[in-house]
Design a protein around this ligand. Structure first.
Ligand SMILES: [Zn+2]
Length: 238
C-alpha cells in the first residue's frame, strides 16, 4: 500500500514464500507457529495475540474486540468460526487472514482510526464481502467510505486465474477471454465493489504481483495443489 499517508499507528504486512507456511491448518503446526513468531516479532506483534478465522469462503465479517485477542493464535481449533473478515477500532489487536492465490483486502480508516481485513476468494467476492465489510465499518464505527484506503495482498490475477464459463453468471466485472478461455481478476471485481460503496479510486491500491506468475516468491494453490503453504496478511492499530 505504497502511497498511503505516513502513519505511525498502523502495522500492515503480507508474507511471502521465504517466510514459510503461516497456517496451522495446512502443514506442520509447530513450524507455522515458529514462522509466525519470526515474521510478526519483526513488526512488533506478539504472535500469541493474533486473531485468526476458520475461513469458509463465506461473507461473515466480525467486529473484533479485546475478548477475541489470541483466537487461533496457538491452535487452528481456537480460530473464530465461519468468518472471512475482521474489522476493529481497538489498538494492539493484530487481525490476520491466510491466503495462497485468494485475495486479501486491507481497509484503513485513518480518521477513527479503524481497520478491516478480508479474505476474498471468488465465492466471498460473489457474495460481495468487500461492501459488507465497509458497511459494517459504517454501522459499528461510523466510518465514512470516502475516507477509506484499500489495498490488496498478492493474489492470482486475470493473467492466470482460468475459470469456467458459468462465472459469467456470477460476475459482470473482472472477466477476460484469452484463447477461448475465461479468466477472472478478483482484485478488479473487488475494486469495483469498493468504488460502489464510495471509496475513492485514488485510495485503492492494486496487488503487487500475481502469485501464480511469481510462484518463486509466493505460494500458489493453483500451481502447487493441496500441499501448498499459506501466506499471512496482518494488520494492527498501535
Ligand atoms: Zn499471473
Amino acid at each position: 500500500m505504497s502511497g498511503l499517508p505516513v502513519e505511525t499507528n498502523l502495522i500492515i504486512a503480507f508474507s511471502g514464500r521465504k517466510h514459510g507456511n503461516m497456517s496451522l491448518y495446512y502443514g506442520e503446526a509447530s513450524e507455522a507457529l515458529n514462522n509466525r513468531m519470526i515474521f510478526l516479532s519483526r513488526l512488533g506483534i506478539d504472535y500469541r495475540d493474533l486473531v485468526c478465522a476458520r475461513q469458509v469462503h463465506g461473507d461473515s465479517i466480525r467486529y473484533v474486540t479485546e475478548a477475541d485477542k489470541g483466537s487461533g493464535a496457538g491452535s487452528y481449533g481456537g480460530s473464530i468460526a465461519d468468518t472471512d473478515g475482521f474489522i476493529t477500532d481497538r489498538k494492539n489487536i493484530p487481525i490476520a487472514v491466510f491466503t495462497a492465490d485468494c485475495l486479501s483486502l486491507f481497509i484503513y480508516d485513518p480518521d477513527k482510526p479503524a481497520i478491516g481485513l478480508v479474505h476474498c476468494g471468488w465465492r466471498s467476492s460473489k457474495s460481495r464481502i468487500a461492501s459488507k465489510a465497509v458497511r459494517l465499518m459504517q454501522e459499528k464505527l461510523n466510518t465514512a467510505p470516502q475516507n477509506l484506503y484499500a489495498g490488496f495482498g498478492s493474489s492470482i490475477r486475470g493473467c492466470c486465474y482460468q475459470v469456467s464459463e458459468n462465472f459469467k453468471e456470477y460476475f459482470s466485472e473482472g472477466l477476460s477471454k484469452k484463447e477461448g478461455n475465461l479468466y477472472l481478476d478478483l482484485a478488479e471485481v473487488n475494486t469495483k465493489e469498493l468504488l460502489a460503496t464510495g471509496v475513492k479510486k485514488e485510495n485503492i491500491f492494486p496487488p503487487q504481483a500475481c502469485t501464480f506468475c511469481h510462484n518463486d516468491e509466493f505460494f500458489s494453490f493453483r500451481k502447487e495443489g493441496n500441499s501448498c503453504g499459506r501466506m499471512i496478511s496482518v494488520m494492527m492499530l498501535k
